[in-house]
Design a protein around this ligand. Structure first.
Ligand SMILES: Cc1cc2nc3c(=O)[nH]c(=O)nc-3n(C[C@H](O)[C@H](O)[C@H](O)COP(=O)(O)OP(=O)(O)OC[C@H]3O[C@@H](n4cnc5c(N)ncnc54)[C@H](O)[C@@H]3O)c2cc1C
Length: 473
């Protein structure tokens, strides 16, 4: 236990690989899966047992029940971002619109198309969970973005207008003044909010493990603790054996560069604290009865959810990038980042004495222009799904359905989405990569401080420079 800003923080000690609260709080039998017998040949080999790989196996099996499908997972099911995220099943799209539209191949209607598909994906995931009896605490309470300063309110207005221009209908996002917003969640310093009709809170580990169980029941072989060393046309190289497959799809997100070493997608950390269970008196004061997903408009923004067992999950950046593109490992989080997240949570709810139950981090997969890609070559049978940044829970489902259609050679609404065969620029080498990402986050943190201290009405002038450095503008 450590004491920080007057709060005691308890850190769970455990020995499982993925240190997230989600994984650690589940009974051991939910983590146990049979180890199948390896065949020499498959129709499809998938690398990575996160949402992308599992949804892909699920939809391929629906379409081609007789296909032999294997998933090779380096650690355990849900070890990566899928088992340690913020549980926002949200309508956020994993592209930067300005960057996409620089490419003459894509136009505004392609962004609208992607946005509408992702909106529909929320209901689709909920339907599958109901149909397949995957209990993942899914609650469709919508999403709220809040502004806690004038500068944030100004950005919220701009963002609201941009969302309406790129696929949302006016009734789907409601603008709320401070009083109306506090009816949803009583945060004293809130100045305004937008309330999205769509969006659901989930327990990500329950979803990823429940989905894996379903996929195994459909006849898919999942090999845990089986890292793929290399890929080539129709061959997957394991440590002691090569396996043949007609189609090979890498769904390795923040770990992709370790496999492909092409500098297209790198791991950037996101960090989370989970509070202990909060008392009824807190919830009476705060409301939050509809379990909305909650985010703010700070440059170094936060994201939160109220969990099914009455905790607050509170996430954000902090120690975002490790030199040499090292991934987040098992997820151990440093005390400074934990304290920063706790402090921001306390700013929103100053009357509550929060205790941190668990703190962890995970790797996002980030491309140079922050755009996701679903790439498939029907001649070689090789494909890749990656680049969701912090917005992958719903999009991985849509990307997997897109890849399913590509593998089956279909031409559908999904195969025209702008992430099909999207070629991302390559990241700079070190030390420029490290310097760029570090300076972006330093500048963004400074921008928040300056805006708050000087009570600026708009974003401070150098914030844009920070976004430009790392391709977010
Ligand atoms: C802390 C955090 C919070 C987030 N919060 C949200 C959120 O609230 N909402 C949202 O929409 N998105 C969020 N995201 C992003 C979202 O979780 C991801 O985009 C999504 O889970 C990616 O799924 P995936 O299956 O593509 O990748 P992953 O879940 O990362 O799975 C990749 C898997 O591949 C395995 N692997 C890697 N290399 C190999 C290899 N060589 N051989 C075999 N296996 C390999 C890994 O072990 C891993 O299990 C968050 C991410 C993080 C880290």
């Amino acid at each position: 236990m450590i004491v920080c800003h007057g709060y005691e923080m308890e850190f769970m000690k455990n020995h499982a690989q993925n240190l997230s609260f989600w994984m650690q709080s589940l009974p051991a039998n939910m983590l146990e899966f049979p180890q199948p017998i390896l065949q020499s040949e498959y129709d499809v080999a998938i690398v990575g047992a996160g949402f992308s790989g599992l949804w892909l196996a699920y939809y391929l099996k629906q379409a081609q029940p007789e296909w032999k499908i294997a998933i090779f997972e380096a650690k355990h099911i849900g070890y990566g971002a899928s088992g340690r995220n913020g549980g926002w099943l949200s309508t956020n799209i994993p592209i930067v619109i300005g960057n996409l539209l620089k490419n003459p191949r894509w136009a505004k209607q392609d962004v609208v198309h992607l946005q509408r598909q992702i909106i529909d994906t929320i209901a689709e995931v909920a339907n599958v969970c109901e149909r397949e009896q995957i209990d993942c605490d899914l609650h469709q309470g919508g999403l709220m973005f809040i502004a806690t300063s004038d500068a944030q309110a100004s950005r919220l207005q701009d963002y609201h207008a941009e969302e309406l221009a790129h696929g949302f209908l006016p009734h789907e996002i409601q603008w709320l003044g401070a009083d109306a917003a506090k009816q949803h969640i009583n945060i004293d310093i809130m100045q305004a909010a937008t309330h999205y009709q769509y969006g659901a809170r989930i327990h990500p580990a329950k979803l990823v493990l429940g989905l894996a169980r379903k996929v195994i029941a459909l006849g898919v072989d999942i090999f845990e603790n089986t890292p793929v060393q290399n890929l080539s046309t129709h061959t997957v190289y394991l440590s002691h054996q090569a396996v043949k497959a007609q189609h090979i799809i890498a769904c390795t997100e923040g770990y992709t560069d370790q496999l492909l070493q092409d500098g297209k997608v790198i791991p950037v950390n996101s960090s989370i604290i989970m509070t202990q269970v909060l008392p009824a008196s807190f919830w009476e004061r705060v409301g939050w009865q509809n379990n909305e997903l909650l985010g703010d408009m700070a440059h170094v923004y936060m994201y939160a959810q109220k969990t099914a067992d009455y905790r607050i999950l509170f996430g954000g950046r902090g120690a975002p990038y490790q030199y040499g593109s090292r991934d987040a490992g098992d997820g151990e989080l440093d005390h400074v980042t934990t304290a920063q997240l706790l402090q921001r949570l306390r700013e929103l709810f100053p009357r509550q004495d929060f205790q941190v139950d668990t703190a962890w981090k995970g790797s996002l997969g980030v491309t140079r222009d922050w755009n996701a890609s679903v790439t498939f070559d029907d001649k070689t049978g090789l494909g890749f799904i990656y680049g969701f940044g912090g917005n992958g829970v719903a999009p991985t489902h849509l990307a997997a359905r897109t890849m399913t259609d590509r593998i089956l050679g279909k031409h559908t609404a999904l195969t025209t989405l702008p992430w099909n065969d999207y070629v991302c620029p390559t990241w700079e080498g070190e030390p420029w990569r490290w310097l760029g990402i570090q300076s972006m986050y330093q500048l963004l943190g400074l921008a928040d401080q300056v805006e708050n201290r000087l009570q600026l009405k708009k974003s401070v002038f150098f914030a844009n420079t920070a976004y430009q450095i790392c391709g977010l503008e």
